[in-house]
Structures are given as structure tokens and as C-alpha cells.
Ligand binder design. Sequence first.
Ligand SMILES: [Zn+2]
Length: 432
Amino acid sequence: MDEDSLAPVIQEIKGALQDMDEEKLREELNKYLMYGINLREARNAIIRKYGGRPNTASIGTLDLKDLTGAENNFDVIVRCMGCSERMLKTQNGEKPLVIGLLADRTMIRRFSSWEGHMLEKGRTYVIHGASARPFRGEVEISLGPYATFEEPEEDPLADLDVGGLPRYGPLVQVKLKDIHHGMGNVEVVGKIIGMEEKTITANDSPKRIIDGMMADETKRLRFTCWSELPYNVGDVIRVKGAYVKDWRGIPQVNFDERAEIDLLEDVEIDIEGSRRLNAEDLQFAGATDVEVRGVLIEIREGSGLIFRCPVCNRALTSGTCAVHSEQEGVPDLRVKVVIDDGTGSLFAVLNTEITEELLCMDVPECVRKYGTTDGRELIEQLNKRLLGRTFVLRGNVIKDDFGSTMLPGSISEDEFPYMDEVKSILETMEGY
Ligand SMILES: [Zn+2]
């Protein structure tokens, strides 16, 4: 257990006692832990030793469906449905976060742990000292430093039918544009605008799935159906009990035989505007093959003629790759831009082809002309060509911890109703 996880515990012990030296407490706590005593017991033993009264009472065993997100120190009896670890960037470098799914007889919920509590898929655990917290609109179980586990000899959930459980809580009706990573049990209505059958390998055996696109008035989303889908392109369907997965921050709707799927014969959906999305909505979730129309308000550093690492393709800084040190760079062109469409701004990276087109110049020509310069002249050209003008960008928008990034496959210039207004703002800004 690292120092980070001990700090809050030491604060708790200090809070329960008076005039205790922090270093002394840390030493004492480490001694208990070295003897294999779990953190909760160690904390309580120290508090008792110095005359304090630990607050030890668990609030008892709770059902997953009853959690509201405010509970601390409770027990659950659950089966782990899956568990994985990933590295996340924190203020003090990278830290592993364990995430997974837990099921009891009432429902399935997500859990997370910064303490490396890996659970084994398919096993049943009695977990003591769990807490619940709201996360992205749902309740998540958090396994903190106090959490301990027991594997009961006789599995109390041996006959649990996970297939019959609701995923992450009550059914929520949503428009496609409001769908985001981590949502479970959603109800969507959409028109099938494309579908194809595929065979994939799941649990070592081939499985037929249906991959498709659906759209409503607000957005188009990819879907995967893991069961029969006896409908056609153009049909409007309602799916109750779908869940959401994502790929590079682009949400996808998934459903299987547990979902209730209906054909809505009398419903017409106008999907005309479903490709055009707002910058504001795209901050919330990524998207495939969308259009954004806005004014190009900024060209960011790192644009123009760049040199890439021949090993990993990262852009070099003064001839140096962050990973592979000094390298003979491979020249490339790109423009990092910010587009404003009136609802908000969106960061986009224009690729080689688009940049060549905008400059009316290909990469080798650019190297001949600007390869030995500081590149300022080229940026000037890009500024003149792009800044303050309105473009329609079409492509994918991916999303990660740092925000959304559009990777347009094409862009075209367009007139924009707010053009004059934005121009005057830019002119005012130039005055400063
Ligand atoms: Zn490299």
C-alpha cells in the first residue's frame, strides 16, 4: 500500500485522537500492516490503543439496487462479472485503476478501485467496507483502502441468473446524442440506416452478430445486436434495455436477447439533420462520420511543416522524439485548428491531404521551400487562408481524457450566418 492511500487513514486516526504525532502514527500503522493486519482493523486498534473510540459499525449487507450513492462502509455479496486494470494519469504520475462489474440478485453495478483490488471474473465475494458514489449519472461501488474480501465456501449466488438482471439500474429513455460511455439499460428509438451480418469469435466459438447504424433526429450511432434482428434498413425500432460501449470515446449501442425490441410501424423519424452536430454536444461524446460547420478561430502551435519520428510517428521537437530521442525526421504537414460554431468550440487536426490541398502545395514542395526556415512564413500563409473563414468539416470525433478531437476526412469552405459578427470579434482581438 503506498503513501497516498495511508494519508487519509492517518488523518482519520488523528481526528479520533488528540495531540498525536503524525509520523508516529504512520510508523505504527505500517507496523500493523507489516504483520498482515488489514487497514480497517489496524486503524481501529490504534485508535483504541490511545483511548479513542473507532467508528466501526458497518451499515450491514445491502442489495445493489438499494444503493443511492451516499453509503459508506457497507457489505455486499456479489459475483464479479468482469474486472480489468488500466493506467490513468494523475497529478503524481500514472496510477492503476481497477474497474469492473458486480452482480447480486437485484442488479449489476460498476465498481472501481484505486487500491488494486482485482477480483476474479465468475467468483462470488463477500465484500466488507465498500462505499457507493455517484459517477456519470449512475451509482458506482468504490472499493477503497478499507475494503476486504471473503470468498464464501458455499457460493450463495450459485444459482444466480445474470441474464435476467437489469443492467445498472432503471431504464432511461434517451436521444442518441445524449448517449455516452458507461450508460446501461437505455431505451432508444431509431431508424436503421445500415446493417450487415458478421461472424466474430466470442468465448472461442463463432457468433453471428449484426453491425449497423441507427439514427434519430439528433445523431447517428453505430449499433451491435448480439441476437436475431428481423428488421430491415429503413425500419424504425425501439430498443429497451440496450447498453453502451465505446471505442475511442465514440459511443455505440449494444443489445442482445435480453433487450425488448419492437418495430414502430407508424413512427416516422426525420433523420435529415442527424449528421450535423454541435461542438457543444461533441464535447460530451465522440461520433463517427459527422459534420461540423463553424468558423475557424485559431491555429494552434505544432501546425505547418512538421517532422515525425520514423519509429513511432510522433511529431519531433527540435529533432527529438519524446520516446526515441534524436531521429532523422520524416516531413509531414498538418494544421491544428479550433472551430467555433456558436454553441462552443471544437479542436480539430487537419491531415496531410487536407493541408496540402489548402496550401496548394504537397509535402516535398513544402520541404524545398520551407524545410530550412523556422516555418513562420508557412503559418502566415495558413492564417491568411483559414482564419475567420467558415468551413464544413466532415469526419470522426474521438474523445479521451483531454477532450474531443475532430479528425476530418474532408473540409469545404462555406458561408456562415454569424460570419460578420465573428469577423468583427477577430478584428477587435487583433487590436490587442
Ligand atoms: Zn518515436
